[in-house]
Design a protein around this ligand. Structure first.
Ligand code: ADE
Length: 273
């Protein structure tokens, strides 16, 4: 997979040399090119922004540097044999970046990222490139960062670990929290390793029982418990067919009950716990 990142802070992308993404690069699974947007400015001050039409606070990133950069970078990529680029535009106004989007992007051969600073990029840039390639405007969460670079790191890591040969164990992301197509999207429960006692704290007996069925059940119950606590919306969205008899018992103990339509809702409580 080829990645191009265009930014006014190339050094912000240094973490792409480290850890999993760095290893994927070293193994030749990822071909990463980071470009300084200011290379495509021609004035003395290397200007990349200007005041917004219509007034208002902040600055807007100008069309020309982005247009010239993207033209040259895509032309170079095609010349080097890359094909099928996708433009990934991190923005708080994008659609949520989910595991499903990560899987979609991991199946593309070439991602071009345009992390913006200030109030974002002049709209005409995304419109122009949308006529040439798919454009994904994505937000990594309901908060506003100072720029899209951190979002590029997040998206790249989520995508890179899905590439064949990067994670070592091809099975290991099938059970990820949020894996698309999973019957129920549950958060993963707690995990433990040696020593068996640390500062007086033991581990749940069942994990030492060697009884695979009981361990799987315990893990499932812990996943239900954690999801009910941190992401009740995931339980509400679940297809009720995803819950077996024991799941239903656990959910009931946690205060959840099926509606007539079958989906689960948390029973209102008299007393807050
Ligand atoms: N740029 C600023 N905030 C962002 C967010 N939440 N997601 C993606 N890009 C951003």
């Amino acid at each position: 997979m080829r990645l191009d990142v265009v930014t006014i802070f190339p050094e912000y992308l240094e973490p792409l040399n480290v850890s999993l993404v760095g290893k994927a690069r070293a193994r030749g699974r990822l071909d990463v090119h980071v470009h300084d947007l200011r290379r495509w400015t021609y004035d003395r001050h290397n200007t990349v922004d200007d005041t917004p039409y219509g007034g208002g606070p902040g600055m807007v990133m100008k069309t020309e540097p982005w247009g010239d950069a993207l033209d040259e970078i895509t032309a170079d990529g095609y010349e080097a044999g890359a094909h099928g680029p996708v433009l990934v535009v991190p923005t708080p106004s994008g659609r949520p970046f989910t595991q499903e989007v990560a899987v979609e992007l991991s199946q593309r051969p070439w991602l071009v990222f345009t992390p913006a600073r200030y109030e974002g990029i002049d709209r005409r840039v995304t419109e122009e490139y949308a006529t040439r390639m798919p454009v994904y405007e994505v937000s990594i969460g309901d908060y506003v960062l100072a720029g899209g670079e951190a979002a590029v790191l997040v998206i790249t890591e989520a995508v890179a670990r899905l590439l064949p040969g990067v994670l070592g164990n091809a099975e290991s992301h099938r059970d990820d929290s949020f894996a698309p197509g999973a019957m129920a999207n549950l958060l993963e429960g707690p995990v433990y390793t040696k020593p068996p006692v640390w500062r007086g704290r033991g581990i749940p007996d069942v994990l030492l029982s060697g009884h695979h069925g009981r361990i799987a059940r315990w893990r499932r119950d812990e996943a239900l418990r954690r999801t009910a606590l941190h992401r009740p919306d995931l339980i509400e969205r679940c297809d009720p067919a995803a819950f077996d008899k024991k799941d239903r018992e656990t959910l009931s103990i946690l205060g959840w009950a099926p509606e007539p339509g079958g989906r689960f809702w948390r029973r209102p409580r008299d007393v807050e716990e």
